[in-house]
Design a protein around this ligand. Structure first.
Ligand SMILES: Cc1cc2nc3c(=O)[nH]c(=O)nc-3n(C[C@H](O)[C@H](O)[C@H](O)COP(=O)(O)O)c2cc1C
Length: 175
């Protein structure tokens, strides 16, 4: 039986929600396991046929823990059918929402030296009411500069769920 693992690197939970949506579109949900990046560091990856990693951006970067994880498991990831996707709000812009045009994906692939078989990028969420004082006003400033929404009393979800579903469909093909 083909067993898949989805690993999420998420601060506010939106990347995990995207991972859960992907699992829901699998015909065999019981064969897909989901773990946080911290949990994934403690298990043996060899039992999985497919490994999918989803990670969000914070202040221009994927987490250091993500890079460490990839470095520590590079051989295994290269042997498996492995995929990667990034979640960030720059990807809400049509000219930055593909693996070829999103700056964070390009930087990630260059630094990690990992070549996932499948790469995706999804626009995330700006969740002003749940941010602390500092984050709220920095994100508001970034949104103002990049012509995004600045009403801090609201949440703004930019995720194109049909794009997530299409990515997932391809993931589960041949599983
Ligand atoms: C403190 C903070 C910093 C962020 N920095 C960036 C950034 O530099 N570039 C970007 O495109 N998105 C940035 N984002 C947007 C997140 O990538 C987006 O909210 C994503 O949905 C978060 O996913 P998560 O809930 O899985 O952590 C930032 C969000 C927060 C809260």
């Amino acid at each position: 039986m083909s067993v898949s693992l989805i690993i999420y690197s998420s601060t506010d939970g939106h990347t995990k929600t995207i991972c859960e949506r992907m699992i829901n579109s699998s015909n065999d949900k019981n064969s897909v396991k989901i773990l946080s990046l911290n949990e994934a560091t403690k298990i043996d990856l060899s039992e999985f046929n497919k490994i999918i990693i989803g990670a969000s951006i914070r202040y221009g970067k994927h987490s250091k823990k993500l890079y460490n994880f990839i470095e520590n498991n590079k051989i295994m990831l290269d042997q498996k059918e492995s995929s990667f996707f990034s979640v960030n709000v720059v990807a809400r812009k049509s000219e930055k929402n593909s693996p070829e045009t999103n700056p964070y994906i390009k930087k990630f692939l260059k630094i990690s030296k990992w070549t996932p078989k499948k790469v995706g990028v999804f626009a995330g969420k700006v969740d002003y009411p749940n941010y602390g004082f500092f984050d709220k006003y920095i994100i508001k400033l970034i949104m103002f500069i990049t012509k995004g929404p600045t009403d801090t009393s609201q949440s703004f979800e930019f995720t194109d769920w049909s794009k997530v579903d299409d990515f997932a469909k391809e993931l589960w093909t041949n599983s």
